[in-house]
Design a protein around this ligand. Structure first.
Ligand code: LLP
Length: 430
């Protein structure tokens, strides 16, 4: 399924040479594979096919309209967390009746917008929010479906900044509060409480946190049913891991084999919100070496034209991304070999950095890389999720273009920004 691979010492995406794309679109550029996106969507769908499952692609991982459109055409639903994401999905042709809306701070205008579009369900994170949704639904003369987001107080062992299911996190409602809410839900005539939701963090490299959370939730569902409330939907959120290193990680079927028995026990339809799994390894960021330099202390820097504003994951989470020249006469070493063994093969140990004026603008530290020079292209792998969607114009840097490859064709699905785009909307005269 690896749609990014080296053939004759140069990197391809599907049937297209990366170098050919770059000679037309320039750098930095995000490049995605349509085949990879769809294959990963279908892999999940098949793995969880034993129960009625709605896959809601998590738009925050990659919100490009074209990518949303491809997934909508494949039948995917969507997980949105803002009015803006909802706007994108609707514009891309997504079916509102397959949209779930999460987030701790939905504003009244976002709730109204979602109600107007008859989305499938709100994932509710507090009593205050529930009351707002109820009031606004009644004003609109509607009854809207709601799932309570449970905070099960489970450590999913993710990076501290991407864990969401511990009691100290801002997300969800604890079990005691949930029980109370469920009991009083009949008084809210604008809502139909018919689901439970949980999202533990991301990426999660074992299935255990999901199992622990669902075991706790099974008991809550029993209580709901005793109280005469039918919980039809169990939404298990996202967080399914991908390999950033090429080492084996667990796959959808491994998650499914442990999660499905619990969902069956609950007698619920399943909703999932994968983001990274679908887009992460379906995209790369290509950058060009601007300069190399070596300090008096013997430290070598490769300075490239992409920066933390284009891909912030290394700076924000110390995230590891494989980086290798687009034209490479040697094979990328395995992660554990990148330092010692790699060096024996005549590589350099370098820091790969961007031009932004921050010391954290570093993509990789002390990484083994074949000798590269000005003008060489580097591919930063696993950049399809939380890459462009977290980009900014910091240092007044126009953001990169995005390109989608489909077989032997490719097209620009977002134009490179120009300087004029940087000042769009700014007012500086009377
Ligand atoms: N559902 C909810 C409610 C979420 O908050 C998230 C991600 C997802 C689904 C999708 O998670 P995924 O399947 O993509 O792991 N910026 C970080 C990740 C933050 C994730 C936020 N929520 C990163 O670059 O790793």
């Amino acid at each position: 399924m690896d749609t990014f691979e080296y053939r004759d010492k140069t990197l391809f995406c599907e049937k297209v040479k990366i170098e050919d794309i770059i000679s037309e679109v320039g750098t930095p550029a995000y490049i995605y594979s349509k085949k990879a996106i769809l294959a990963r969507y279908h892999e999940l769908k098949t793995a969880f096919g034993d129960v009625d499952t709605l896959i809601c692609f998590s738009v925050k991982s990659n919100s490009n309209l074209f990518i949303c459109k491809i997934l909508a055409e494949a039948g995917s639903g969507f997980d949105v967390v803002s009015g803006g994401e909802l706007f994108r999905v609707i514009k891309a042709g997504g079916d509102p009746s397959r949209i779930v809306f999460a987030g701790v701070g939905k504003t009244d205008s976002e709730i109204r917008y979602a109600l107007e579009n008859d989305i499938f369900m709100f994932n509710v994170e507090s009593l205050a929010e529930l009351e707002h949704i109820n009031r606004l639904a009644r004003e609109a003369g509607k009854v809207t479906k709601v799932a309570l987001r449970i905070n099960p107080d489970i450590d999913a062992k993710t990076h501290a900044k991407t864990t969401t299911g511990k009691k100290e996190n801002k997300f969800g409602i604890d079990f005691t509060e949930a029980e109370k809410l469920i009991k009083q839900s009949a008084q809210y005539s604008g809502i139909e409480l018919c689901g439970l939701h949980v999202h533990l963090g991301s990426p999660i490299y074992t299935v255990d946190p999901y199992v622990s959370a669902l075991r706790k939730i099974v008991k809550l569902i029993e209580k709901c049913r005793d109280a005469g409330l039918d919980i039809e939907y169990m939404n298990i959120g996202g967080g399914y891991c991908i390999s950033y290193t090429e080492e084996e990680v667990i796959r959808p079927k491994d998650y499914a084999s442990k999660i499905l028995p619990l969902v069956k026990e609950m007698q619920c339809n399943l909703i999932m919100e994968p983001g990274r799994y679908i887009t992460g390894n379906s995209g790369i960021l290509v950058t060009r070496v601007t300069y190399t330099k070596e300090t008096l202390h013997g430290k070598k820097f490769v300075i490239c034209d992409a920066a933390m504003n284009d891909l912030i994951r290394p700076a924000l989470y110390d995230a590891f991304h494989r980086i290798w020249p687009v034209n490479a006469s040697m094979q990328m070493p395995k992660m554990e070999d990148t330092k010692q063994a790699g060096l024996k093969k005549g590589m350099d140990l370098v820091d790969i950095v961007g031009p932004v004026c921050e010391s954290s603008d570093v993509f990789a530290t002390q990484r083994a890389l074949p000798k590269v020079g000005e003008g060489d292209l580097l591919a930063i792998f696993s950049a399809g999720a939380y890459g462009f969607s977290m980009s900014s114009q910091y240092n007044s840097r126009p953001r990169p273009c995005e390109v989608l490859v489909d077989g032997d064709q490719y097209r620009i699905i977002r134009k490179r920004e120009m300087y004029e785009d940087l000042v769009k909307g700014e007012v500086f005269s009377e």
